[in-house]
Structures are given as C-alpha cells and as structure tokens.
Design a protein around this ligand. Structure first.
Ligand SMILES: *Cc1c(COP(=O)(O)O)cnc(C)c1O
Length: 402
C-alpha cells in the first residue's frame, strides 16, 4: 500500500481579492502613490486605512507604516525608551522582535516560555525584578495569548510599559477584549504570511496622544502630519515635533488600498482559519503522543498556524520525523535547531544580544516542538490528511513505546 501524500504548498496564500486589485489599479492610474500626495481636500488611502483600522480595534489612533518590525521599533522610541535600556521579551518569537529592540537602542532581556508557548509568568516577574526594565514587548507568538489579566497586573506592579507584538493575533482577543489593546501600543504586520496581505506593511495602534504624535513624526511625516487619518490635537505635535527625528518608514497608498479592501473580510477569514485549525487539532488528538497546547476559554485565537510537541522524540527522531513528513508533503518547522533556518531561529542565535542568557526551559520545550502554517488555500478536508500523515509518522517512530 502506498502512503498518502499531501501536495499543496504551505507557503501559498490566497490571491488578493478582486476589489483590492481594482482599488490598487485606480491608485496607480492616479499616480498619487505617496501618502502625502493628495488632491485638495482628499483623504488618501493610507489615512483612510488608519481610520478604519483604529475603528476596527476600537482605539483612538492608528499609524500605517512600512513593516511590523518597524512598528515595534518606533513604538519603543515613542513610548520613551532611552539608549542602552533593557527591554523584556519572551524568548520564543521571531527575529524582528529582538531586532526592533536593538534598532531602538535597547538591550533585549529574554524571558522563558511555558508548555503553552506563552511567556512564563514566574520567570517574567523574576526578570522584571532583576532587570528593572521599564518596557516589555510581549510577542503573542504563533497566536498564543498569555493570561492578560496576570500580565497587566505584573506590568502595573513593576511600572513596566507593555507593548504588544500582534503579528499573529490580528483579529484575536482575550476575555472579549482585542489583542493589542492591553498594552500602551499594539503592533501588527501585514506581511504576506500574516492575517492581512500587502507584501510588507505595519500598523501601530494606541490611545495615547503623545505616543501617536511621536510615532507619526518618527515614521517620516515631515511636517505633513496633519494628513494622517487619526490625529491628536495640534498642540501635542507642537510640543514634540522638533525633538523627534524622521526615521522614514511610511506606508504608501497602494499597499493601504490593498489592505483596506481586505479588512472587511478579516473576521470571516479568522473563522476560516479556526475551522481548519480545529479540524487538524481534532485529528492530532487521536494520537496521545502528540501534545497540543491548551487553549483557555478566555482566549479567542486565530488558528493560522498550529504547534505540537512529541516529547519522547530524541534529536535523531526529530530530524527523521521532519524529513519523513516533508517527503510526504507536510512541511514542519522546528524552532529547536541550533542553526537558524528560513524564518525560524532559536534565541541563542541572536548573538548581538550582549548578555548571554541561558533559558533551559525554553530550549527544552522548543527541542520537541513542531510548527506548521495553515494557509487558507488549504481546505478543511486537507487538514484531516495532514493530520493523518503526522499521526502516521509519529506512530512509525514511537508505535512500539505507546
Ligand atoms: C512577522 C513578525 C513580526 C514582524 O513583522 P514584519 O512585518 O515582517 O517586520 C514580528 N513578530 C512576529 C512574531 C512576526 O511573526
């Protein structure tokens, strides 16, 4: 009997919707791609996107900028990070997070994760005490939302400013409140593999007058900041505009137009991701060696990827399992490798972080964690096949031990 094989690519996103393509063509016909290139009285696409995304988030302000990593960088600066200051972040995240801290002049201080892939609260408190950091970038890595009640309480207790990296939680919420509204700033990415797709792009949201004014100026507004979609009063800019450098990182009208046309479908797409996530999760549950993270009742996640662990695997079995799954068309990523690979890297490969940190719990968890993307080009039925292949390949290696 030949083994079933899956044949769709794990990196193929859905096409940009026709409505977005039409809007993009209109913007190109107008020639006004730069966000400040407007007709008299015109509100450009970038400004409209800011208004619509702020309304979607239920927040006062939004800034559209060049990438998610850039949004994190200027969020730190706008929130008042000084050169050389420590910035806390969970160790399981993507390279743009420590990169943004470094770019903002901060020193990353990494925190352990737990078996739910969220930041370890006990270690977080310990590192808050030890580092005296005034800032914490909480990366909701792979869409896992930590206990936000506990996180906000800790931030309050130690006077730490929370900045949320919502690259994987756009559309998600905790206890009915949108992810990105717990901290002083929420940062989102609209890079192709995230929940809205403009190739590259970032969105920053906040309710804070001074943070948004500084972020707008940092983003490269020249003295045209009044052309932004969501603005505090003019006096807020007057107080800071000459003290805030221009770190050119604007979003253009073309990408904004593409994003605006996708925003109305976001909620529906989140439901489609979850349908696929739950189908795969249900299939993987049939194998008790496959450990799936608990998803708390308060967490409304967006299942655009799935993580699982097979604790019994040793390093050789991990490698063989990944290779055998790949041979059957199932692309699994591994964050446990010493050598960074593709988009994935383990924290100890970020060697520019000065103070060497050893995080044994994170290393142990990542050593047997597998990660797979769930693009919307996969059907719900596809998930059963992917699940069956994973189940089978685990069974081949551990069957006798079960
Ligand atoms: C993608 C991503 C970012 C940054 O987004 P870019 O737009 O690529 O700069 C930040 N954090 C996480 C966890 C991400 O996956």
């Amino acid at each position: 009997m030949t083994k079933p094989v899956f044949s769709k690519p794990f990196t193929q996103q859905e096409p940009i919707p026709e409505a977005a393509i039409e809007r993009a063509v209109e913007v190109m016909r107008s020639g006004r791609l730069h966000r400040y290139n407007l007709l008299e009285g015109e509100t450009g696409e970038a400004a409209k996107l800011e208004q619509e995304y702020a309304a979607y988030m239920g927040q006062r302000y939004c800034l559209a900028c060049s990438s998610g990593g850039y949004a994190l960088h200027i969020a730190l600066k706008a929130a008042g990070l000084k050169p050389g200051e420590p910035v806390l972040s969970n160790a399981f995240t993507l390279a743009p997070v420590p990169g943004a801290i470094d770019n903002a002049g901060g020193k990353p201080v990494l925190v352990e994760i737990g078996r739910d892939y969220c930041v370890d609260l006990a270690h977080l408190e310990q590192m808050m005490q030890q580092s005296k950091a005034r800032f914490f970038i909480l990366s909701h890595m792979r869409g896992h939302i930590a206990d936000m009640d506990a996180i906000t309480a800790l931030c309050q207790k130690y006077s730490v400013t929370l900045i949320e990296d919502c690259a994987h939680t756009m559309g998600a919420s905790w206890d009915g409140r949108k992810s990105g509204t717990f901290g002083k700033v929420g940062c989102f990415s609209t890079q192709t593999y995230k929940h809205l797709n403009s190739g590259e792009g970032g969105l920053l949201t906040t309710d804070d007058d001074e943070v948004i004014a500084r972020a707008i100026i940092y983003s490269g507004s020249y003295m045209l900041y009044q052309r932004h979609g969501t603005l505090p009063e003019a006096r807020v800019f007057d107080a800071i505009k000459l003290d805030t450098p221009n770190y050119s990182g604007r979003m253009d009208n073309l990408r904004a137009a593409i994003l605006r046309a996708q925003l109305p479908d976001l909620e529906q797409n989140c439901a489609r991701w979850n349908e696929r996530y739950r189908a795969l999760e249900a299939r993987l549950r049939e194998n008790s060696q496959i450990l799936l993270p608990p998803r708390p009742d308060k967490e409304s996640y967006v299942g655009s990827s799935l993580q699982f662990r097979v604790e019994q695997f040793d390093n050789q079995q991990v490698a063989a399992f990944i290779a055998a799954s790949a041979a059957r068309g199932v692309e699994l990523k591994w964050f446990g490798g010493a050598e960074p690979h593709g988009f994935t890297s383990r924290y100890d490969s970020w060697r520019y972080i000065e103070k060497a940190q050893h995080l044994p719990q994170t290393l142990e968890i990542l050593a047997t964690t597998f990660d797979l993307r769930i693009p919307l080009t996969f059907s719900v039925e596809d998930m059963a096949l992917i699940g069956a292949i994973i189940d089978d390949e685990v069974e081949i290696r551990l069957g006798s031990q079960a």
